[in-house]
Design a protein around this ligand. Sequence first.
Ligand code: ASP
Length: 344
Amino acid sequence: MKGWFGYLLMGILGISAFTPAVAQQRSSYVLVIHGGAGTILQKNMTPEKEAAYKASLKHALETGYGVLKGGGSSLDAVEATVRVLEDDSLFNAGKGAVFTHDGRNELDAAIMNGKTKAAGAVAGVTTVRNPVSAARAVMEKSEHVMMVGPGAEKFAKEAGLEIVDPAYFRTESRWRDLQRALREDSIAAAKSNAYTNPGKLGIKNIDYKFGTVGAVALDKQGNLAAATSTGGMTNKKYGRIGDSPIIGAGTYANNQTAAISCTGWGEYYIRNVVAYDLSALMEYKGLTVQQAGNTVIKKVGDMGGDGGLIALDKQGNMTMSFNTEGMYRGAVTKDGKIEIAIYK
Ligand code: ASP
């Protein structure tokens, strides 16, 4: 059995990862997760920190895989997986989310069912402990796809979800990240064009995004689902919403193509409609999931953006493409093997 890296390489080389015989199997189930892409350098990582990240990713994978193994739906699996990562302060989602310019934690999340193409999302919520479950409630208990701010919070409360004090999400390390970003921001603001072309100011070198989480799954019934949850980008301004809760940008699932969850500089993912573009490349051009993943990440990079994605097709072929130094990621493959990686 090849590792995920083998599949990525095969994708880059345009080689199909599975023989048709294997692709026919219907009972296989697969889970792929990410914990954010960014400037993750091995030289900056202590062995303790690396072990903690790997243990968290493993715990999330085991949780979601348990759901799939027990015959649960891909939708249940991605929600359960993302909830574990939201509750883990290592990641930029739920507890441990990054801070906005105004010193708040504003959370975005989305979920999508590949069988029905039903989708739900919340954005800018500050009191919902598990935004991914609020996104699912929007999908299943309302006639809408996306709710934002206080309205979404009210809806989540009425749906019976756990509401917390905004202070619950705070961590000191994310607070320090904001203070650092605010210092950099004042330098950048002294130059012109700060928000129309941040790359020119060297902002790209500062990691404003880090630790968004996502999961994609294929269940025993052959159905795909995707979910993404994030605090967005450190120092984000005045109601900014990223790609994660936008269906087709940061999150998408379609049984005919793939389930996709993105992480990276959200503005570029919105402008490139990355998740849907990946799906469309498979649907209209017949690309494999690996080829489509690499193509859309290249487009993001060509425009000056950075990040990554995970995607999984209905045969269980996966890709984990990224153009950053690293991406926290992992999978439980068809043979039940857990694979976790961080660096390039
Ligand atoms: N894509 C997220 C956003 O722009 C951030 C991330 O993935 O780290 O809100």
